[in-house]
Ligand binder design. Structure first.
Ligand code: SAM
Length: 277
């Protein structure tokens, strides 16, 4: 029985082919076969590197079914490189299950690091980058989306998420409602000709993108909670009473106070209903 091969996770450019690393190119050249999210897309990269390699596909919708045959080949001694359409495999992309199963089978897994969209966006955003929380794509459905946002609301860590340009304005609105009008950054078309990083509060960014035609790929970054220590219930009640006396609407008032108080919006709202009654 020959020694088992190695599974290499190879990061590839997120737009600019100049970002492919020398080690990525050498790994793709040296392995027995390349597993691609989409073989047609990856063949463009391989051609750019002057390579013609045997490929297998690993589409996101069918990852589980493909894992076995790929790992059987690695277990039999072949080295394999995994690439996705862009960036780092397994990051909101196929690769996660393949790696988990490879680890479970005791196979050697080696990362070949390189581009990843959220890290590029975070590094240039101007927001705190020491602590961050990556959310991938938010759930689209209202209830699930709200639950995730409630969960991350108290975190003192910059939030990074992927979004489609079609849903950008709506998502910025949801983020503002759930988290308060925090500082944020939309990083669009990173490493490409039309790259732009737009910074502002969530409200300012929502206003900018609402009704606008937004093209390309983007990352949204939102500053983590910056409020001071959690307010007591009495303090929240007092602020609610003052806000309501000024004629403010309960929902936006709750969102704003929750941010400052370190509470969830739901809990402040509930207290506000009692206060109104
Ligand atoms: N595996 C990739 C990575 O390492 O970043 C992410 C793949 S995920 C399917 C694709 C999403 O990543 C896009 O919808 C967008 O949110 C983000 N993305 C990818 N390339 C980007 C770019 N050049 N600029 C901004 N965001 C990008």
């Amino acid at each position: 029985m020959p020694d088992a091969g190695t599974l290499f996770l190879v990061a590839t450019p997120i737009g600019n082919l100049g970002d492919v690393t020398r080690r990525a190119a050498e790994t793709l050249r040296d392995v027995a076969f390349v597993v691609c999210e989409d073989t047609r897309r990856s063949k463009v990269l391989l051609a750019h590197l002057g390579l013609s390699r045997p490929t297998m596909s690993l589409p996101a919708f069918d990852e589980s079914a493909r894992v076995g045959p790929i790992l059987d080949r690695v277990a039999a001694g072949e080295d394999c490189a995994v690439v996705t359409d862009a960036g780092t495999p397994g990051i909101s992309d196929p690769g996660e299950r393949l790696v988990a199963e490879a680890v479970a089978r005791g196979l050697k897994v080696v990362p070949v690091p390189g581009p990843v969209a959220f890290a590029a966006a975070l590094s240039a955003s101007g927001l705190p980058a020491g602590r961050f929380h990556f959310l991938g794509f938010l759930p689209r459905a209202g209830v699930d989306r709200k639950a995730v946002l409630e969960e991350v609301r108290p975190l003192r860590a910059t939030l990074a998420l992927y979004e489609s340009p079609r849903r950008l304005a709506e998502t910025l609105g949801d983020l503002k409602e759930a988290l308060g009008d925090r500082r944020a950054c939309v990083a669009r078309e990173l490493t490409k000709v039309h790259e732009e990083l737009v910074r502002g509060t969530l409200g300012e960014l929502e206003a900018r993108y609402r009704g606008a035609e937004v093209l390309g790929e983007l990352v949204v970054l939102v500053e983590g909670r910056t409020g001071e220590a959690r307010w007591t219930e009495d303090e929240v009640r007092r602020a609610l009473a003052e806000g309501l006396a000024r004629g403010e609407k309960l929902k936006p008032l709750s969102t704003e106070l929750a941010e400052r108080a370190g509470w969830t919006g739901k809990d402040v709202y509930r207290l506000g209903l009692a206060e109104k009654a």
